[in-house]
Each structure stands twice: as structure tokens, then as C-alpha cells.
Design a protein around this ligand. Structure first.
Ligand code: FMN
Length: 285
């Protein structure tokens, strides 16, 4: 197949070569097996796992997902099986799929983040660690409070200190237009190799529970944030995320200065969205 769009070519992110710039966003591709039923993960630039914590988290009460006219509200509460289970069952399978495996981590304290970094950094098949510093439904879930940019920087410093050399750190920050540059600068100074901009926006379920808003509604905000960080921190390596669903969206974020992008909510509507974006960038008929 002829590569007709530079957006489909391999990219260098944080010292890693990705087959193309399109990754699956955290929490939106299940364990990987669910998505692999629709096509090989190796066709993608990378797969970011749901956020993994030291101990298993049961997640929040139902309903956890509510549709809005222009996006998705979710309050999953970072349900995950915990590190031991992930290392024993999910990672070995993911590591064999021929794609870059980025493990997203979330912790209740700096010590937990450090332990996650140490153990994952020694685990075969982990290409990079993504530090979730922007969970929109974190209040009340026992996750380390990173509302202030300096808190986010302290988490990255703890992870960076304890992670074996050679495993890059991606810091996933909020698409908070007012403070995104300050946050990005803080995590880069603390040792992040690249910045993911960003997560779902803080919102509320109809019953008032903290939730995240993702999908088409947040795309223009995420694009604005990528643009601002690129202007203020031209050396920073950025990964765009938020409402990206197709090849044209990918092109917008790459043109704004992102090295790579993540596709999340779109996969819940169409599990082939990321693979289709890659194929369209390649100019597949
Ligand atoms: C159902 C669901 C679960 C998510 N779980 C996580 C998670 O565990 N960790 C994380 O960092 N982001 C999580 N996210 C956020 C996405 O990775 C992504 O950053 C955000 O939704 C914005 O991109 P999108 O609009 O393409 O989904 C989740 C999003 C959704 C919709």
C-alpha cells in the first residue's frame, strides 16, 4: 500500500518509534482483547491500557455512562483489577500483539505511584508509562489529588525517580485552557518525556456525581490546548487527545503540533475507528 499522507508514517515519540501516530486512549479499548476482535492491534501506533492501580478498584455505582447530544459522560471510577492481576493476565497477552503497549497508572499516594513505576518498569512488554494526572471523576475516589499543577509535577517526579531508565514517562494532563501551559511545563520539568493533552473534562452526571465529558464536544478545547502548549513550549513532545474520531481530526492535531494522537470515545461507538483513521491516512481505497 502506498503511503500518501505523512500522517500515516512512523513517528518518534519520547524516544520510541511508533508505526503511526494513532494510539488507543486509556480506558477505551478494554483489555485489548475486545478491540482485537475487530482487527490487529499491530495496525495501530500504540495501545494505552485503562489506568491500573496498585490494588483492584471495583469502580463507581451505575449508571457509569450517559450519552449527551455531543459527547459522552462517564464515571467509571477507574475500575481495574489491580497491578498483580494485570501483570499476570493482561500484560503478557498485550505484549504479544505487535503494538506499543503504554500502561496508564493511577495511585492514591506518591508511594503508590513510585511502586507502580518500579514494578511496571521491570515488566517485559511495557513500552512506556502514562501517568493519569487528570481523572475528571477523581474527587471522592481516593486518587491522589492533582488539582494543582505542582501536585501533578510531584507525581511525575516520583515516577521518574523510580522508573528504570529507558522507559519513557507520558504525563496526561487536563485540557484546562487556563492552566494547561503551566501544567505542561511542570510535568516536563519534573521529568516527563512527553505530555498527553488531555483527558475528559470535569463534568457531572445528571444526578450530580462527578463525571468526565469526552467525545466531539471536547475536541475544539483539546485542539486549543495543544496549540497553546505548542506555542509556549515549542520543544515539548505532545500527544493530542479529546474527541478525535477520524483521519481529518488526526490531521488537525498533527498540524497543531502534536506528534501523535489518542482515540477514545469514538471507539465505544465504532471499535474500528482507530484502525480506519490509520487506513484513511494511508489513503486506503
Ligand atoms: C469509558 C471511558 C473510560 C476511561 N477510562 C480512562 C482511564 O482509565 N484512564 C485515563 O487516563 N483516561 C480514561 N478515559 C479518558 C480517555 O482516555 C480520553 O483521555 C478522554 O476520554 C478524551 O478523549 P476522547 O474524547 O477521544 O475519549 C476514559 C474515557 C472513557 C470514555
Amino acid at each position: 500500500m502506498t503511503v500518501t499522507d505523512p500522517g500515516a508514517a512512523a513517528v518518534e515519540l519520547a524516544g520510541l518509534t511508533l508505526a503511526n501516530p494513532v494510539l488507543v486512549a486509556s480506558g477505551c479499548g478494554g483489555t485489548g482483547r475486545e478491540l482485537a476482535a475487530y482487527g490487529p492491534l499491530a495496525d495501530l501506533g500504540g495501545f494505552v491500557t485503562r489506568s491500573i492501580s496498585l490494588n483492584a478498584r471495583p469502580g463507581g455505582p451505575l449508571p457509569r455512562i450517559v450519552e449527551t447530544p455531543s459527547g459522552l459522560l462517564h464515571a467509571v471510577g477507574m475500575q481495574n483489577p489491580g497491578l498483580d492481576h494485570f501483570l499476570a493476565t493482561e500484560l503478557p497477552w498485550l505484549a504479544q500483539q505487535g503494538t506499543r503497549v503504554v500502561v496508564s497508572i493511577v495511585g492514591g499516594s506518591l508511594g503508590e505511584y513510585a511502586e507502580l513505576a518500579r514494578r511496571l518498569g521491570r515488566s517485559p512488554g511495557v513500552s512506556a508509562i502514562e501517568v493519569n494526572l487528570s481523572s475528571p471523576d477523581a474527587p471522592g475516589t481516593g486518587v491522589f489529588d492533582v488539582r494543582e499543577p505542582f501536585h501533578a509535577a510531584s507525581v511525575v517526579a516520583a515516577v521518574h525517580r523510580d522508573l528504570p531508565r529507558g522507559i519513557p514517562v507520558l504525563a496526561k494532563i487536563r485540557t484546562d485552557v487556563v492552566r494547561v501551559v503551566e501544567s505542561a511545563r511542570g510535568v516536563l520539568d519534573a521529568g516527563a518525556d512527553a505530555v498527553v493533552v488531555g483527558n475528559a473534562l470535569p463534568a457531572a452526571m445528571p444526578d450530580g456525581r462527578p463525571a468526565g465529558l469526552s467525545g466531539p464536544a471536547v475536541r475544539p478545547l483539546a485542539l486549543r490546548c495543544v496549540t497553546e502548549v505548542r506555542e509556549q513550549l515549542p520543544e515539548a513532545q505532545l500527544v493530542g487527545a479529546g474527541g478525535i474520531a477520524c483521519a481529518d481530526d488526526v490531521r488537525s492535531f498533527l498540524a497543531a503540533g502534536a506528534v501523535a494522537v489518542q482515540i477514545g470515545t469514538a471507539l465505544l461507538h465504532d471499535p474500528t475507528a482507530a484502525a480506519r483513521a490509520v487506513a484513511d491516512l494511508r489513503g486506503a481505497p
